[in-house]
Design a protein around this ligand. Structure first.
Ligand code: ZN
Length: 458
């Protein structure tokens, strides 16, 4: 089975592919708002019918929330699990949209043709790139080159409450040789990317209490310790002068990226000066001696996300507050253990408290990082297939954010994920006037056809 006629068919079918995508986009499947429950259901039904139309045994699977869509098709190659989500973000503020978010339109822009509407990039447009690639394979060869399980979720934008129970209950059915997740972006318009590192996260809210009530600084100032002073000292102690995090044992499980990956990242020529200039800064704040990409993708962090205490209204009130609080989060990499770091962080804070002071912790969740083993040959095959389609060579990249489904596939199914997507930074996902480049859709579909071909070969 050759991929060439499949690519030709994808090109000639582009107008029909876009029409099908528009149909799906017209369904307002906003998962977080109960008013759209029937629409989420409708989107799931639409996908079931669309998969069936290309000979895939698909069904809608009920959950306590919105349904999942699961489909199976046989093929000679390895077993792939493809993931995408059919739910979308709410659209308000509606007055900032130039058009109805659920009446998608193709527009000519200075940067090329785009399809505009909610869900175009996140994630219906991306999801359909894979479906369209399969459709073209099926039409040309009557079969697919790999065995594929399709898995579409309808709660990604509302915290995926049914995902873990569903994966746990259906692990045998869903596990595969490798998972393909299409919910990420290109590195830039010339360089496609496979995201292989996702940072984990640990969040703690700390409240430090000293005096039993707010005090007047004229009466107690000097004699009584101020909780804000204590909190400030703790926060200041979390980093050393070289930008390293000082929580004991914090770097256990953090390893340097392999030289080969470092060379790839250097070759991307990331312009950290422009990156910082964009937000009015000029100096990197992370660990001394590390590149900006390393800091964002491959190094752990500690950030204070909020701080409060004392009088914050208009004018002045000379108060020594009874409490001070901060929200502190850590981004984790490699094999860092969130539970061990949390314990070490709490011990460190407790040790810095003066006499009479107390601290309470309110944990807001923790998840370890996901690091894919790129020595699995599927990664290199997919990278070559992407490089054949796009102007420049594809890169293995990291992501500063988290995509929990990849971690769940790893822990609950034992299946590693390749995160491949064709979104762009200016797609305005989650914002008004979301768009997806028609080129992303078209070349994304061609990319999947090539990847299926590459993965099917020994
Ligand atoms: Zn998404």
């Amino acid at each position: 089975m050759s991929v060439d006629p499949v690519l030709v068919r994808i090109d000639s079918d582009l107008p029909q592919s876009l029409e099908r995508l528009k149909e799906l986009l017209r369904i307002p499947s906003i998962s977080t708002d109960p008013a759209y429950k029937a629409d989420c259901d409708h989107a799931a039904d639409w996908l079931v019918e669309d998969l069936k139309s290309i000979g895939i045994a698909a069904s809608k699977r009920e959950t306590p929330g919105h349904p999942m869509v699961v489909g199976h098709v046989d093929g000679p190659g390895p077993h792939l699990l493809f993931y995408g989500h059919y739910d979308v973000q709410p659209v308000d503020p509606l007055d900032l949209w130039d058009n109805d978010p659920f009446d998608p339109q193709i527009e000519e822009t200075a940067k090329g043709r785009v399809i505009r509407g909610r869900g175009t990039s996140d994630d219906k447009g991306q999801l359909m790139t894979f479906v369209e690639a399969c459709r073209a394979w099926k039409a040309e060869h009557g079969t697919l080159p790999c065995k594929i399980t399709f898995f579409f979720e309808g709660e990604e934008e509302s915290g995926s409450p049914s995902l873990v129970p569903f994966l746990t209950e259906n692990a045998e059915e869903l596990k595969a040789d490798i998972a393909l997740i299409c919910d990420t972006g290109l590195y830039d318009s010339r360089v496609p990317a496979i995201t292989t590192m996702l940072r984990g996260m640990l969040k703690e809210e700390i409240t430090i209490t000293g005096p039993s009530r707010d005090l007047h600084s004229g009466m107690y100032g000097g004699a009584a310790m101020n909780p804000i002073r204590v909190l400030a000292r703790i926060i200041a102690a979390l980093h050393d002068d070289n930008g390293k995090v000082t929580v004991p044992g914090f770097y256990d499980g953090v390893t340097d990226i392999p030289d080969e990956l470092r060379e790839q990242w250097d070759a991307l020529g990331f312009d950290h000066k422009a990156f910082l200039k964009d937000v009015g800064l000029s100096k990197l704040a992370g660990e001394a001696g590390r590149s900006a990409l390393e800091m964002i993708w491959a190094r752990p962090t500690c950030e204070v996300n909020g701080i409060g205490g004392g009088y914050q209204g208009a004018g002045f009130k000379t108060v020594l507050p009874s409490k001070a609080e901060a929200k502190i989060s850590f981004r984790l990499v490699g094999d860092q253990d969130p539970a061990a770091i949390d314990k070490s962080f709490r011990d460190m804070v407790r040790e810095m408290l003066p006499r009479d002071f107390e601290v309470t912790f309110d944990s807001d969740g923790a998840a370890p990082a996901s690091v894919m083993s790129i020595d699995n040959p599927a990664f290199e095959k997919a990278r070559h297939a992407l490089s054949d389609e796009w102007p420049d060579e594809a890169a293995f990249i990291g992501s500063g954010g988290s995509i929990p489904v990849a971690g769940y596939f790893q822990t609950l199914l034992g299946t590693e994920s390749m995160l491949i997507g064709f979104g762009k930074d200016d797609d305005q996902i989650h914002s008004p006037n979301e768009k997806y480049d028609v080129e992303s859709f078209h070349k994304g579909t061609r990319s999947w056809a090539r990847i299926l071909d590459a993965l099917s070969k020994q």
